[in-house]
Design a binder for this molecule. Structure first.
Ligand SMILES: *Cc1c(COP(=O)(O)O)cnc(C)c1O
Length: 456
């Protein structure tokens, strides 16, 4: 295959990208060009960052096991690739919310020989428990109806279901309350002795481990105390050696006591602290894995006083140029990311634009539209050397917007949100492209990835 031919204008377009086009293989180049023609925005995921984040957590949190959390399409990073990165870093557990995600992992080629998979969100009427049991997926049980349903499915499947008991320690989401716990234990004991179920773990979830105020700290202590009592009660009832797991990203880092036998960090696998108020990715030794880029749809010079977007919440403050970033709320950009200067002042989310004198931050101005939003470039386009088709970076790894390297934390700050939402929201229409996958994976694992999404 010959290397593709690139026009000077295409080269100009690529200059702002995190992808180092000329150093890609022929196949990588051709994949990247295809993605650019398929959609005007790209989510570029650094495979090595995922692997390194997980390695770091595994060494910090040892001897606790680390379960890689890949719910919601791995927080937008891609389910199968993120699983493979966690496994590469040595994980033997993967966790998802919905039953169907767990099945997708198995059907994507990650079999029981490669890792355990736990799913903790289903309903007893429609959940594909039988398939889950056949695929050797661990099921979290949070209601008596669910215990019955899983046990019946186990009988139909002709094998024991592996289950984890979910207990509600104060989050009031899934899980048994103290009032129904004795009943649950009695039922679980009977079904275990009948060979239907094998209870392997007990789990819960923190509500406030990502907040630093005293009140939240006390609540986390209360939840942890409650969890210890639930676990002790289960042991007295004869369930010894249960794998105890309650810690998320925030508590895994900040409270070593809560790590117990296994931790379940999600957000920090993707490179961010649970809340930007806790610190930057660098403070935690993490590297954001996803870079979101787009190609400017239009750029034009405008005079002072132009009203921008719906509702006229932004007016240009001098002679400037405006550009269209072709991603909007239909693509997962939060509507709250827009900026206004009239009637109220609110800075929009930052976008890194490569000008002829280096990278500059331009801000979202006016309301975010369905498919696009505008940025104010701050000067006439000619003086900046910015053109239609240029690649801009919405967020990615780096030192933050003050340093010209906006992160998802910056987007969260400007959108009254959290980093989780910023990348989990990204529409599936946006191609996910992987850097360093070939470096990290063997041939067998690579073959589980869509070959068109591998850049290097
Ligand atoms: C999402 C989730 C996690 C991971 O939480 P992070 O804050 O992303 O670390 C762990 N456990 C459960 C049950 C979850 O739903």
């Amino acid at each position: 295959m010959p290397f593709p031919v690139i026009t000077p204008r295409q080269q100009h377009s690529m200059a702002g990208s995190a992808v180092d086009f000329k150093n890609l293989s022929c196949q990588g180049q051709s994949n990247y060009l295809k993605a650019l023609r398929t959609f005007p925005g790209q989510a570029i995921v650094d495979f090595s960052a995922l692997v390194e984040n997980m390695r770091r957590m595994r060494s910090l949190f040892a001897p606790a096991e680390v379960m890689g959390i890949v719910k919601a399409n791995a927080y937008g990073h891609g389910l199968i690739p993120s699983c493979l990165a966690a496994l590469k870093a040595g994980c033997s557990w993967i966790g998802v919310a919905k039953a169907q995600e767990a099945l997708a992992i198995r059907r994507g080629g990650i079999g029981p020989g490669m890792c355990r998979v736990l799913a903790w969100l289903a309903n007893c009427v429609w959940a594909p428990y039988e398939e889950m049991i056949e695929e050797d997926i661990d099921i979290a049980l949070g209601s008596l109806d669910e215990v019955e349903a899983v046990s019946n499915a186990a009988q139909r499947a002709g094998r024991r279901a592996r289950v984890h008991i979910v207990v509600d320690t104060g989050f009031s989401r899934n899980g048994f309350l103290e009032a129904s716990f004795e009943k649950a234990l009695t039922l679980l004991k009977r079904l275990s002795s009948e060979g239907r179920l094998q209870v392997v773990g007990i789990m819960s979830h923190f509500s406030s481990a990502d907040a630093e105020d005293k009140e939240s700290g006390r609540y986390t202590d209360l939840q942890f105390g409650s969890f210890s009592r639930f676990a002790a009660r289960a042991r007295e009832a004869g369930f010894d050696n249960l794998l105890r797991h309650i810690a998320n990203s925030a508590s895994s880092f900040s409270r070593s006591l809560t790590r117990l036998d296994m931790v379940r960090p999600g957000n920090s696998f993707y490179g961010y602290a649970a809340d930007y108020a806790l610190g930057s990715p660098q403070d935690f030794g993490l590297t954001p894995a996803l870079t979101l880029e787009a190609q400017l749809a239009k750029v034009k010079d405008v005079e002072e006083g132009r009203c921008v977007s719906y509702g006229r919440t932004y007016r240009t403050e001098g002679e400037t140029s405006l550009a269209i970033v072709p991603l909007g709320y239909a693509d997962g950009i939060l509507r709250t990311a827009g900026g206004s200067n009239s009637p109220s002042e609110k800075s929009g989310a930052p976008v890194r634009v490569l000008t002829s004198s280096g990278p500059e931050i331009a801000r979202a101005c006016g309301k975010v539209c369905m498919d696009q939003f505008m940025i104010d470039l701050g000067a006439p386009m000619e003086s900046l050397g910015v053109m239609e088709g240029d690649t801009v970076r919405l967020f990615g790894p780096g030192a933050g917007e003050e340093k010209g390297e906006p992160t998802a934390d910056d987007w969260a700050r400007r959108s009254e949100s959290i980093s989780y939402v910023i990348y989990t929201n990204l529409s599936l229409k946006i191609p996910r492209l992987y850097l360093n996958a070939k470096r990290e994976l063997g041939e067998k694992e690579l073959s589980l990835l869509d070959p068109e999404c591998v850049l290097s």
